[in-house]
Design a protein around this ligand. Sequence first.
Ligand SMILES: Cc1cc2nc3c(=O)[nH]c(=O)nc-3n(C[C@H](O)[C@H](O)[C@H](O)COP(=O)(O)O)c2cc1C
Length: 303
Amino acid sequence: MGGGLAGHELAGAVSAAGGLGTIGILAPQDLRQEIAACRRLTDRPVAVNLLLPFARGAHFEAASEADAVVTFWGRPKRRTAKVWLHQCGSVEEARAARAAGADAVIAQGFEAGGHVRGTRPALELLAQVRAAVPDDYPILSAGGVFDAAGVKERLDAGAAAVVCGTRFLMTHESGAHPAYQARLLEARETVVTELFGAGWPAPHRVVPNAATARWLRTDSRGPGWLRAFHRMTAPAFSRIPVQAQFRLAATQRAIRPMFGPAAATVDGPPNLVDAGPLYAGECIDRIDDVRAAGELVRELASD
Ligand SMILES: Cc1cc2nc3c(=O)[nH]c(=O)nc-3n(C[C@H](O)[C@H](O)[C@H](O)COP(=O)(O)O)c2cc1C
């Protein structure tokens, strides 16, 4: 979970408890610091996630200080000597990632929170990818898992492991703003939209807020003119340095249709709770508490 939602506290707690904690994308110098801080919390392996529309050479260099690199949203290509996983939304993408040398793929279902590459339910995609690659090739399953029964179901269906985002957003160690977590505790539904697409015009699953209420009245994807503007300006926007993107995000207002992908973090601007994306997966209606991440890992892994 990028942009400060998953930093060293969360990744360290997950790894220390036996999971593979993952630090989300940040500016390269911040990634280095987060990896170093995570190493002080645990000597177990840790991963870094890089979003390909934003990742440059310096991000891959910084990420090489972690044990594994996870990539998402773009043409799979090996750019690290470390263990490499690519998150995919289709059988074709999984095949391409394997051909490009990925050590494993993550098959992301449509239930997932955040940016949604998958177009089919996670179990269906898992079965299709399982059938398309050799039996010993590891597939991780992402989307909709929030308890031990969900983990078991995916493992029984041939997943080597399970990837959880939304459940770990709702932990004490996540970087989500407390008001963001409070909205999610009340949430009973999500919507897939392209509203928060400045710099990254891709579908994402969010919980409704003032911005979605104002701009998704006629089309859940967002106004057509806004989506066209996002597509046109994305190459220039995605090159704006992260710090400048955060300064821009602080000026976002629900009434003004200029919405980037930054989410409300503990140390970020609180306006993003109503004028930014409240990323969450479909399983948010089954999550009623904010927990300790280590405790959750142990619970998810229990039989
Ligand atoms: C708040 C949030 C932020 C996310 N950010 C990223 C990201 O930066 N990179 C990425 O590969 N996936 C990201 N994802 C998607 C996850 O990798 C994963 O596919 C998803 O969380 C699984 O579904 P779940 O949310 O139902 O557990 C994010 C998900 C959430 C909920």
